[in-house]
Write a protein that binds this ligand. Structure first.
Ligand code: KIV
Ligand code: ZN
Length: 513
């Protein structure tokens, strides 16, 4: 008997981006969306169009670029949000509006200050209105895991009757327990009279580390869409991770009666791309995509794996894209080879100028680093999009001196709107001196809460990728900088964080209605 399709709804670009500091530029969102499309993701939630003009533009650009996946925008259950989402999705090949309202007693009383009847009325109106823009409307009962069962049945029946094609039940606060939550979903599907007119979906947060378990339990009980993110990125402790959901269903096809459309070989490249763009490193022991996920340390395991792989391995590393970081180009590679490799990693140049800039950068890199891997090309693209994002402070000149017996010293020039500002500082190491010099110019008053360095490829000539997290007045931003020199990468990353802090704040979808 053929298995049901499990719809994979990726929300890396929306819920993932709600992680403090994980904001992405429009170009970065397009790169991730193209990777998700290549991977076979069914629905890409590209953002919350109402959040800001920048968010609107990003949803619109993703909708115009991606052809094979359905593109979705989140909107609260109000007509302004829905209109904005509809406008952003106008040119999508296939679109979806995802509208939501909180349904738990605590959210209705304290956050919305609305009665249950008002909430139902608002939800029905939102679903009905959204159909003026698309025939594919999803409705979410925010905080479903703390919603009273009878009320949830009632509102779900009403929104399906109003035309919602997908009903999503979020465990917004990560409170669900797999056995109990799964049973609730199954019971809801059985109790709602028109349940057969909609696909039931699950969206779990990982506050208790149960997001994947809760999602899979919902699938066992009839859910046929899972909302998830690459690397489990997302608000607070994150969302259910796409790679874990997909590989669990795939590897345990003996227990799950569903299949997905995902080409699993793109999982590791997608994980690396998201990590490099957001600056959120993947922990080494993370399932599927962590550096140690397929490393057999203990001698006895290695012996077993060498004799017969299945003794200790339940999945093949190649099947999830490990080992795909191929040696591809070198100093003598031409433009055609470069373009073709960029296309294989999911990037299409949109103008001759863009290609010229990227190719010139590639040649400079190939002079310093003889072997260019896919990850180097990804880093090149990240640097390019960071440098095209030229709003705010930019590094114009940098000089460092390090000698035993004297304090490390940095002199730098920073430009802002055509003006050059100079500073010179000593410090406890070159990074410290550089950050002091920057602060003497920008005076951000921000607190440095994280500084991390990651090498993107192997070898001492590899790209160093630095993340600087700054906090000011409760707002957290992550700056990113990459260079083959880690001090320069650190300076770029600090300036990027300062520029983000200085940008205006966006609306958060769950703050109100
Ligand atoms: O966690 C949540 O409830 C959400 C909704 C907006 C779907 O992200
Ligand atoms: Zn969420």
């Amino acid at each position: 008997m053929s298995k049901d399709k499990l719809v994979i709804f990726d929300t890396t670009l929306r819920d993932g981006e709600q992680s403090p500091g994980a904001s992405m530029t429009k170009d970065e969102k397009i790169r991730i969306a193209l990777m998700l499309e290549k991977m076979g993701v069914d629905v890409i939630e590209a953002g919350f169009a109402m959040a800001s003009p920048g968010d609107f533009d990003a949803v619109k650009s993703v909708a115009e670029t991606v052809k094979d996946s359905r593109i979705c925008s989140l909107s609260r259950a109000n007509r302004k949000d829905i209109e904005r989402a509809g406008e952003a999705l106008k040119y999508a090949n296939a679109s979806r509006i995802h509208t939501f309202i909180a349904t738990s007693p605590i959210h209705m009383q304290y956050k919305l200050r609305m009665t249950p009847e008002q909430v139902v009325e608002r939800a029905v109106d939102a679903v009905t209105f959204a159909q003026n823009f698309t025939d594919d409307v999803e409705f979410s009962c925010e905080d479903a895991s703390r919603t009273e069962f009878d009320f949830m049945c009632h509102i779900v029946e009403k929104v399906i009757a109003a035309g919602a094609r997908t009903i999503n039940l979020p465990d917004t606060v990560g409170y669900g327990e797999p056995y109990q939550f799964g049973k609730v979903i199954g019971k809801l599907i059985n109790n709602v009279p028109n349940a057969d007119k909609a696909v039931f979906s699950i969206h779990c947060h990982n506050d208790l580390g149960l997001a994947v378990a809760n999602s899979l339990s919902a699938v066992q009980n009839g859910a046929r869409q899972v909302e998830c993110t690459i690397n489990g990125l997302g608000e607070r402790a994150g969302n259910a991770s796409l790679e874990e959901i997909v590989m669990a269903v795939h590897t345990r096809s003996d227990v799950f009666d569903v299949t997905t459309n995902i080409n699993t070989q793109h999982i590791v490249p997608a994980s690396r791309l998201v990590s490099s763009i957001t600056g959120f490193p993947v922990q080494p022991n993370k399932a599927i995509v962590g550096a140690n996920a397929f490393a057999h340390e203990a001698g006895i395991h290695q012996d077993g794996v060498l004799k017969h792989r299945e003794t200790y391995e339940i999945m093949r590393a190649q099947d999830v894209g490990w080992g795909e970081n191929r040696l591809v180009l070198g100093k003598h590679s031409g433009r055609a080879a470069f373009v073709s490799r960029l296309e294989t990693i999911g990037h299409k140049c949109t103008s001759d100028e863009e290609l010229d800039t990227l190719f010139a950068r590639f040649k400079l890199l190939a002079d310093k680093k003889h072997e260019i891997f896919d990850d180097d090309l990804q880093a090149l693209l990240t640097i390019d999009s960071q440098e095209r994002d030229t709003e705010g402070y930019q590094l114009a000149h940098f000089q460092a001196a390090l000698a035993s017996g004297s304090d490390p010293k940095v002199a730098l020039d920073i430009s802002l709107n055509g003006e050059i500002y100079k500073a010179e500082e000593t410090g406890d190491g070159l990074v410290d001196a550089a950050f002091k010099a920057i602060e003497s110019i920008v005076k951000s008053q921000a607190e440095l809460v994280l500084y991390s360095v990651n090498s993107l490829t192997e070898g001492t000539d590899s790209f160093g990728e630095v993340t600087v997290r700054l906090k000011r007045d409760g707002r957290i931003v992550n700056g990113q900088g990459s260079d083959t020199d880690i001090i320069v990468a650190s300076v770029k990353s600090y300036l990027h964080a300062v520029n983000l802090l200085n940008q205006s704040q966006r609306a958060h979808p769950q703050e109100g209605i």
